[in-house]
Design a protein around this ligand. Structure first.
Ligand SMILES: CC(C)(COP(=O)(O)OP(=O)(O)OC[C@H]1O[C@@H](n2cnc3c(N)ncnc32)[C@H](O)[C@@H]1OP(=O)(O)O)[C@@H](O)C(=O)NCCC(=O)NCCS
Length: 255
């Protein structure tokens, strides 16, 4: 069993790689069970039962992250009702981000970020508020979620069925109809042969554009953009070549 949390290394900035995110399917189960056991320990058969039971559920969904076809991460969202039997818990009933795990050999490549972006997109329109709890010792995870608008809601959390290393923290984020994390922009240029380009937007600081890789484009089939195209995109601060912002999701809003 690996150590529970990633070492906190804020000064190290990861590279980005192409990550494909898919809903968990039967074909992913062996690799997903192996990753779960590697991180959390426990009985593989029990893990398989838990993961399999989520395949057709309406109150939970698991997503997997694939790099070059290899399953390297998974994450779940579930509707939980912590208040039942625990009226004093600060945690409310609602949708929770759960169990984000990335294979230690594939960390700092943007897998956790992509899995989180996809889960929030899935929840968009299903709820206005999303929750996430974490150990106070897990600063790597806290930084990752802060990027997506999660803010501290309660400390010393008592969450039924969960024991925390250190203390438990509860974070919440708003997913309002016009998602504030989504910006509007225009494709400044696009290098189809290289698979990347730049997006300019009034929502970025003056003089700054966002670097965008084709793997971040939400589209069927061949993913590319073209100069002048209007897009919706999410971005975060990161260094990539001369850029200071990197898109982690892009959707064209006109053809
Ligand atoms: C936390 C975890 C899921 C992050 O996955 P990851 O794929 O390595 O994360 P990403 O590459 O997408 O990182 C996105 C951002 O999160 C932050 N981050 C992630 N890992 C970090 C670390 N070890 N130290 C500091 N910041 C970190 C950074 O801001 C990072 O951006 P950057 O690389 O551009 O600086 C992974 O370390 C993991 O599986 N840990 C063990 C399980 C766990 O703790 N899960 C969370 C439970 S709530």
């Amino acid at each position: 069993m690996e150590s529970l949390f990633a070492a906190y290394e804020p000064e190290v900035h990861g590279h980005r790689t192409e990550v494909v995110v898919e809903p968990l399917a039967q074909r992913h189960l062996d690799a997903c069970v192996a990753l779960a056991v590697q991180r959390e320990g426990g009985d593989p058969t029990a893990w398989r039962t838990v993961l399999e039971s989520g395949l057709d559920a309406t109150d939970r969904a698991t997503f997997v992250g694939l790099v070059d076809g290899q399953l390297v991460g998974y994450s779940t969202i579930a509707w939980l009702a912590p208040a039942i039997g625990h009226p004093k818990s600060a945690a409310q009933d609602g949708w929770y981000l759960l169990g984000l795990v990335v294979d230690p050999s594939f960390r700092r490549l943007g897998v956790g970020r992509r899995l989180t972006a996809e889960r929030l997109r899935w929840l968009h329109g299903r709820t206005d508020r999303v929750w996430y709890f974490v150990s106070s010792a897990n600063q790597a995870s806290i930084d990752l979620h802060t990027e997506f608008g999660f803010r501290l809601s309660a400390e010393n959390l008592d969450f039924p069925g969960v024991s925390f290393t250190g203390t438990g923290l509860l974070f919440g984020a708003d997913l309002t109809a016009d998602d504030p994390g989504v910006a509007r922009g225009v494709v400044k240029f696009w290098k189809t042969d290289k698979g990347w380009g730049a997006i300019s937007s009034a929502e970025l600081p003056a003089g700054r554009d966002a670097w965008a890789h084709f793997s971040m484009i939400e589209a069927e089939g061949f993913r590319a953009l073209r100069e002048g195209q209007q897009v919706l995109f999410r971005y975060h601060a990161a260094e990539q070549d001369s850029f200071r912002f990197v898109a982690d999701w892009v959707r064209a809003i006109e053809d």
